[in-house]
Design a protein around this ligand. Structure first.
Ligand code: GAR
Length: 194
């Protein structure tokens, strides 16, 4: 914990695999508002993830480590989290399954955002499946991470309406817009209960 602008901040880590638009919204929210967190570390399992550049530009320590590849790499990440006194790990477009030992060590301290109204549409290609099934609503969910894919306890969800004009891309855009709104606020909520 560190005092920033007279307020106690918890250190969080964000795990990414790609674009990093959620990462950006999480960072921006904490620089504009009185949040309970600051992004201390960003870890990507992909070397070329655009999100790594976002972190660098903001002066946040960032690492390319695919912790799912070996226990040695997993331990390397655990050391980084320990050293930086990380209170919460936030998966933001992290497209790999975390190893069980990792989830056990950080039990109740890893959350994820998923672009559907869980428990519906777990896994990949959510928007395509939602459109194919003529759903009237979709949305996004922030949930705790457990050993089963997109199945941990739900913390917060928000719905969006799908109209006849929508397609996969427009739904993705709508959902992403609400992801950016709800994820930073939910991180604060989770930290306030830790
Ligand atoms: C987001 O829509 C996020 O919900 C999704 O990947 C996208 C990442 O975008 N995550 C998953 O599907 C995880 N199962 P971003 O890199 O721009 O934040």
């Amino acid at each position: 914990m560190k005092k920033l602008n007279g307020k106690i901040k918890h250190n969080i880590a964000v795990f990414i695999s790609g674009r990093g638009s959620n990462l950006k919204s999480i960072i921006n929210y904490s620089s504009k508002r009185r949040t309970l967190y600051r992004v201390k570390v960003v870890i990507s399992n992909k070397q070329k993830a655009a999100g790594l550049l976002i972190a660098k530009k903001k002066g946040i320590k960032s690492y390319y480590i695919d912790l799912t590849k070996s226990k040695k790499l997993g331990n390397k990440v655990l050391n980084i989290l320990n050293k930086n006194n990380i209170k919460l790990v936030c998966l933001a477009g992290f497209m790999k399954i975390l190893p069980k030992y990792f989830i056990k060590l950080y039990k109740g301290k890893i959350i994820n955002i998923h672009p559907s109204l869980l428990p519906k549409y777990k896994g990949l290609n959510t928007h395509k499946r939602v459109i194919e099934n003529n759903e009237k609503y979709t949305g996004c969910t922030v949930h705790y991470v457990n050993n089963f894919l997109d199945s941990g306890k739900i913390i917060f969800q928000r719905k969006v309406k799908i109209t006849q004009k929508d397609n996969k891309r427009s739904v993705e855009k709508k959902v992403l817009k609400i992801e950016h709104k709800i994820y930073p606020k939910t991180i604060d909520k989770v930290l306030s209960n830790l």
